[in-house]
Write a protein that binds this ligand. Structure first.
Ligand SMILES: [Zn+2]
Length: 293
């Protein structure tokens, strides 16, 4: 028992040190240098979500938002999403705040509100410690257990750094994760089983023969909404064309519990890692369907 406790404390110390060392270097490699500091986090960190705007510039186009289905604007110009992703990954990494997954090979996303074709940068997740919370976007004030973010960039800007300076520089597809115990494993299962091996900051799992296609996470024929917003983590840059699918990906309780178990060994950034909703203001939230009356 004592040695178990000791090991836990040691892990916690390592984790704390690791998170500290992420402050100046590596928290989000594709955004490195653009963040003034990265002591931000969730749940009692040095800088919790309500304090992020003190350190990071926020305009009127922040994310996430609560999607009021009676106030969306139907747009006949929104075409179905088209995407193509490879079956093989490059690696998954613990970035001190999340587990991020990177690709090898060509990717393409178009349709919806997008002009041109975007390319996938990474996939990550937001989740909650209990049923009924965890997603970043809400729908009519209601949450589900998690949300996957497929982050793409617009190659017309030449670099991701340049893309971050433009409202159409990044496109994120948000897929809700809804816990339901129907017994069938979700397409996430194969990668979730690897998560517990990534308990230390910067620890990587290099994919070998694992097969996982991110396209399988996207529910087919789902209605979706779109709006101009920003990154939901610092530096909160307003550069995102958001595409949020309303049909969730159904995941089992066992799968959601893998996310939740990361809290114990990974530290307090690894649970309830969602930002509260931000004002919609006078932004138009467009929909691929007629609004509820
Ligand atoms: Zn996210």
């Amino acid at each position: 028992m004592a040695s178990k406790l000791l090991r836990r404390n040691l892990l916690f110390t390592i984790q704390k040190r690791a998170v500290k060392s992420s402050v100046t270097r590596n928290s989000i490699p594709w955004l490195r240098k653009s963040a003034p500091s990265s002591n931000w986090g969730y749940n009692g960190s040095e800088l919790d979500p309500e304090d992020w705007p003190k350190e990071y510039q926020c305009g009127n186009c922040q994310s996430p938002i609560d999607i009021d289905l009676s106030k969306v604007t139907y747009s006949s110009e929104l075409s179905p999403l088209e995407y193509s992703y490879p079956d093989n990954f490059k690696y998954m990494v613990n970035d001190g705040k999340n587990i991020r997954i990177h690709w090898r090979g060509e990717t393409a996303l178009s349709g919806g509100p997008l002009k041109g074709t975007y390319e996938l940068v990474q996939l990550h997740f937001h989740w909650g410690s209990a049923e009924g919370k965890g997603a970043e976007h809400l729908v009519n004030g209601e949450s589900v257990e998690g949300e996957a973010h497929l982050v793409h960039w617009n190659p017309k800007y030449g670099s991701i750094r340049e893309a971050l300076k433009h409202q159409d520089g990044i496109a994120v597809v948000g897929v809700f994760l809804k816990e339901a115990d129907d017994g069938a494993e979700s397409p996430l299962s194969s990668i979730l089983n690897r998560f517990p091996t990534l308990s230390k900051f910067n620890e990587k799992y290099i994919f070998e023969n694992d097969v996982f296609n991110v396209g399988n996470l996207i529910p087919k024929n789902s209605d979706f909404i779109c709006y101009d917003g920003g990154l939901t983590t610092p530096p909160l840059t307003e550069c995102v064309q958001w595409i949020v699918l309303l049909k969730p990906l159904v995941v089992t309780k066992r799968e959601m519990d893998i996310f939740r178990s990361l809290e114990g060994s990974f530290g307090n950034n690894f649970t309830d890692n969602f930002r509260p909703c931000q004002p919609v203001g006078d932004r138009v939230v467009s929909s691929s369907f007629e609004p509820e009356k």
